[in-house]
Design a protein around this ligand. Sequence first.
Ligand code: CA
Length: 437
Amino acid sequence: MIDETHDLKRRSWVASANGHGDFPIQNLPLGIFRPPGGSARGGVAIGDEILDLAQALDQGLFQDQAGEAAAAAAGPTLNPLLALGATARQALRRRLVELLDANGKDAAAHAARAARILHRAADCTLELPAAIGDYTDFYAGIHHALNVGRLFRPDNPLLPNYKHLPIAYHGRTSSIRPSGAAVRRPNGQRKRPEEETPSFGPCRNLDYELELGIWIGPGNADGTPIPIAEAPRHIAGLCLLNDWSARDIQAFEYQPLGPFLAKNFLTTLSPWLVTVEALAPFRCAPEPRDAGDPKLLAYLQDGADEKAGAFDITLEVLLNTSGLRAAGRPPQHLAQGTTRDLYWTVAQMVAHHTSGGCNLAAGDLFGSGTISGTARTALGSLLELTRGGREPLTLASGEQRGFLEDGDEVIFRAACHREGYASIGFGECRGTIHPSP
Ligand code: CA
């Protein structure tokens, strides 16, 4: 729901928040951070600062339901807050807006406390927002599925189940890391088409996948599916997700059970959970299904979801290399995608995931699947952009890239824009490739 917290005219006494590309007062994403010399705790990004929820509670700045929510978010993980659900998050958001508004009732008194309740974000370390119990990676980017399908099955790129249900596999949580974590090139069994037998060694075709991360709120008891109309209550917020992929290892190992070592070495997340409340102005209808698409079964159908179940978020991929750095050039823009290219909504993912009785828990994570568009400028992986490495990119430095080299840094960004509303962003999801161990 769009309300007074989204008011475009609202400004904060935290000066860096006003006009901030990612974190103006209309966003207020939640995360876990460590201030210098301090322990991990919950915080809220506001401009170039982080509001320390534990210290703000100590200052008596939260009461009632907002106080319960702030206390649930102030510890070393956001899981207790995610378990509380939307009403608690909304109360926290309304109170945060009051606290940080330049024209709020006690703005001068709050600003006078700034040194006690704010930390410079640049001095802090950001952690994962939650202890992730389970992680599921979907495959909802239909143009990615088509592009990859065409590489392997030119006549029949989309498998027959694709438009009937949101496909996914259960991923690995132990190797999910926040932005900035080192990306160690994995070793594994690789086999080029012309080789007779596989060899063990460093991945030769290391790739990224541009995805949306979806944070699950309260969850359900096992055996109790979440109906699609109730699914939005179980979606707390979004982040960026890089599903690093070892394409050569994947190609040899994936049949018949899907990716294993090709994906389980690392998944990187942007550290701020952008709440669904902050994203309310950027909801939109999913792209209409083609006339010939199969009719959806009832458990995947919902009127509200058909009206506003999708998100309008613009995603960007940048690459930095030693050559670009040496030439004094900025990271090179590789692609721009949009979450409107997802064939399935997050509510459909939740409804389908739980339809067989599987229980979701607060702090579970979904990946959307790689987000690609139809244009060459909107491809969310190098596999697509370089056609499996056969058509390498030439960078502004003159370097060529089929896949990632050691020392390369991949940067994802995301932003939401809509006329009449403050633009908000997600912060960055970064990772630099290190040589295999
Ligand atoms: Ca993926």
